[in-house]
Design a protein around this ligand. Structure first.
Ligand code: BGC
Length: 754
């Protein structure tokens, strides 16, 4: 009979306990054979399994697995059910490959459009990222496989990623960088969380007790284990004390010995070690129990799923004159090497070997009706970044001889990858030249993009249609065929803002930092929160995405027009497909605080629903808001606070295409829990029931003292302002004996009384 965790903890020697806190090798945990504890494997990655072959040719030589669109594309589906379906497929493949934990999803917020790993991450918005992460994890774990939510936390750039110190204030962490992790932990309980490489406010994430213990374990109630990102451990004993349970990869026992020594010297309590071992064992026993040597999966069905996901991931950015779908066009030119050699995934730890790979040209030829001819030209060389005159001339001829040109451009692995950040928003010069040369001879141009993060589009005004394909996974070509020829209707929405210029981006002046220190000075104003507050027009806003049909939004109704802080409110909106084909709309609900006492974003996404409608069909869409939808992180209260007042709810098709508005009054359950001391200002008393009268009386007294009683006195406004902002201590010190220390103490006691 297998031993329980308690029995194991009793039986394990100190050395064995320490050994369980680091890996055996790059991908597996250590076994304790004498107690029947086997070793198990974890491996990448977020959008497909990258299990390196045991005796393979290194990093890129992995067993074939289904490659889904990378994180940026997955999030653009805004489809929770589909995300869960992808998770289930990842779980099945992991199980069949005898992998116990799959390393993903990655939920870091896209602080800068330049981050090299943005293609793997979901969004600039914490709510959307949290929803995607939650459903990814629920899907994976429903198959008895663990997920690894990564990279915890504030890992928002690749430059100096292993040592950079991210300097971020707590409100910004709580409102922007942590909520996606929080939602995923509270609502999906990932078996493991991967702590990131970087430092946060001076302390490595891997040895940050506030992050790993106070917030993660105590506040959010995480029950699984914390694993380091590969090589993120700095000081093993400090890490263990902070709540880091498993160090990966293994290091030949160097740090196990450090743990043993620390316990023997008395600098590490054995209870702390036991806590970590208990968490490791909890996950280990679960993994081992779920093992199924006979597990298999249906690669064809997973490929079909990858195609559906890619279809929903692509975002129709522009479609002037309804140029798409291609419909009746008989002579079509496909230009650009990506039409035949897709760029369907990004570089780094998520780079995998697909089970099969669709290219756009082959797939499109399969679906075109008889009589339609698609010609093809490479347009640019895949090597280097220099325009190729011969390929351009050939492409121009093909474009001229066609009714329409579909131009395939985007970024290459040299432009974006794990490991380095971009330093501009441009794409290879050869790709730009192709668009420009084609535009000289053909006005019907569709640009299809393959990239993992926003790019600039200097040609946008002259190109009637643009389809953002993201890094669409192995079935991207088939999905594209479905969309270009109208077998499917685009329904993707941007999960990130596309900026018009790099200079417009929120972190422009503070990215990627200097001297291995990056200050998040834009604070909570990340993504659309920044563009909205600054009234900057982006190239394409957050939430944007067109369809081949149109949708109309009816008026909003609420199940209550005033709510208490602890209540929820249901927002109802009728949505009609007013066009001629079936389609899906993502209904987005944003909340703005009209009367905030602190600086807040103009509006924030707090709910959404993806709704599928037949032509002419209407559905009633319901979106629910709760306390957290209205709250901000108060630095005074060190907690989430909802303030009494009016909030505006806006519902629409993107963050800049809001169709319906309604306001609601929220009443806070209690006044903020403020501690009053002698440095509170006189005017602050105005908000306190026990202080209001005192405020008016003191103001009048001081005005008399300073000789400014008459309302028409030109100095009165200034005097009133100066007195109002006086700290209470000055009532005693400047009051000429009118107010004593004892009276001040009495006043403070009254103000602080619960
Ligand atoms: C990456 C992780 C990945 C790990 C294992 C690290 O370099 O940051 O995302 O899971 O390697 O490949």
């Amino acid at each position: 009979m297998a031993l329980t965790i308690d029995q194991l903890l009793k039986e394990l020697t100190l050395e064995e306990k320490a050994s369980l806190c680091s890996g055996k090798d790059f991908w597996t945990t250590k076994a304790v054979h004498r107690l029947g504890l086997a070793s198990w494997m974890m491996t990448d990655g977020p959008h497909g399994l990258r299990k390196q072959k045991p005796n393979g040719q290194g990093f890129l030589d992995a067993v074939p697995a289904t490659c889904f669109p990378s994180g940026a594309g997955l999030a653009s589906t805004w489809n929770r059910d589909l995300m869960e379906e992808v998770g289930r497929a990842l779980g099945r493949e992991s199980k069949a490959e005898q992998v116990g934990v799959i390393l993903g999803p990655g939920v870091n917020i896209k602080r800068s459009s330049l981050c090299g790993r943005n293609f793997e991450y979901f969004s600039e918005d914490p709510y959307l990222a949290g929803q995607m992460a939650k459903h990814h994890i629920l899907g994976v774990q429903s198959q008895g496989i663990g997920a690894s939510l990564k990279h915890f936390a504030a890992n928002n750039q690749e430059k100096y990623r292993m040592t950079i110190n991210a300097v971020v204030d707590e409100r910004t962490l709580r409102e922007i960088y942590l909520p996606a992790f929080e939602t995923a932990v509270k609502e999906a309980q990932p078996w493991t969380i991967m702590c990131s490489y970087n430092r946060i406010n001076g302390t490595y994430a891997a040895e940050n007790p506030w992050l790993l213990t106070t917030v993660l374990k105590e506040e959010w109630g995480h029950k699984g284990l914390v694993v380091t990102d590969w090589g993120a451990n700095n000081d093993r004993v400090s890490g263990l004390k902070a709540g880091q349970d498993l160090e990966m990869p293994g290091n030949g026992g160097i740090t196990d010995a450090a743990i043993v020594l620390a316990v023997k010297k008395g600098t590490l309590a054995v209870e702390v070690l036991d806590g970590a071992v208990r968490r490791v064992l909890t996950v280990s026993l679960r993994v081992l129990k779920e093992r199924d040597p006979g597990a298999t999966y249906d690669a064809t069905a997973h490929h079909r799923l990858a195609r559906q996901v890619a279809t929903e991931a692509m975002v129709l950015l522009k479609n002037e004159g309804g140029l798409l779908p291609l419909g009746s066009k008989k002579k079509i030119a496909f230009l650009g090497a990506f039409a035949t050699t897709p760029r369907y995934q990004g570089g780094g730890s998520s780079h995998m070997v697909p089970t099969q790979l669709d290219d756009a040209l082959t797939e499109c030829r399969k679906v075109t009706p008889p009589g339609v001819k698609i010609t093809c030209g490479a347009g640019y060389s895949q090597v280097g970044d220099v325009p190729d005159a011969n390929l351009l001339a050939e492409a121009q001829t093909l474009a001229r001889d066609s009714e329409i040109a579909v131009v395939f451009v985007g970024m290459t692995d040299a432009f974006e990858s794990e490991g380095f950040d971009r330093n501009h928003l441009g794409i290879p010069a050869g790709h730009v030249a192709l668009v420009e040369e084609v535009l000289k001879v053909q006005k019907n141009v569709v640009v299809v993009l393959s990239n993992g993060s926003p790019i600039e589009m200097p040609w946008l005004d002259r190109v009637p249609a643009v389809l953002e394909g993201y890094l669409g996974g192995q079935a991207w070509g088939g999905a594209l065929a479905d969309l270009l020829f109208g077998k499917a209707n685009p329904s993707g929405k941007l999960a990130e803002t596309f900026p018009a210029r790099l200079e417009d981006t929120p972190s422009f002046l503070n990215f990627p930092g200097e001297s291995k220190r990056v200050e998040y000075r834009e604070g909570i104003f990340v993504g659309y929160r920044h563009y909205d507050a600054m009234h900057i027009s982006p190239l394409f806003p957050f939430g944007h995405g067109l369809s081949y049909t149109t949708f109309s939004y009816g008026s909003l109704s609420l199940d209550r027009t005033a709510m208490g802080e602890q209540q929820t409110v249901t927002v109802t909106v009728p949505l009609t497909n007013t066009g001629k084909v079936a389609g899906a709309e993502v209904v987005q609900l944003y909340v703005g605080d009209n009367e905030a006492s602190v600086i807040r974003p103009v509006r924030e996404l707090k709910a959404f629903a993806k709704v599928f409608l037949a032509a002419g069909e209407t559905k009633i869409v319901e979106l629910v808001l709760d306390r957290r939808s209205f709250a901000f992180w108060s630095i005074d209260e060190k907690n989430w606070v909802v303030e009494t007042g009016e909030f505006e709810l806006s519902v629409g098709s993107s963050s800049r295409d809001l169709r319906q508005f309604v306001s609601i009054t929220v009443t806070a359950s209690s006044e903020p829990n403020k501690v009053w001391d002698q440095n509170a200002c006189l005017i602050e008393l105005k908000t306190h029931p026990a202080g209001r009268e005192f405020y008016h009386a003191s103001l009048a007294q001081f005005l008399t003292m300073f000789g400014s009683v008459e309302p028409e006195d030109p100095a009165r406004l200034m005097m009133e302002a100066m007195i109002s902002e006086m700290p209470l201590r000055n009532l005693v010190r400047m009051g000429n004996g009118r107010f004593s220390e004892a009276q001040l103490d009495e006043l403070l006691a009254k103000l602080n009384r619960p």
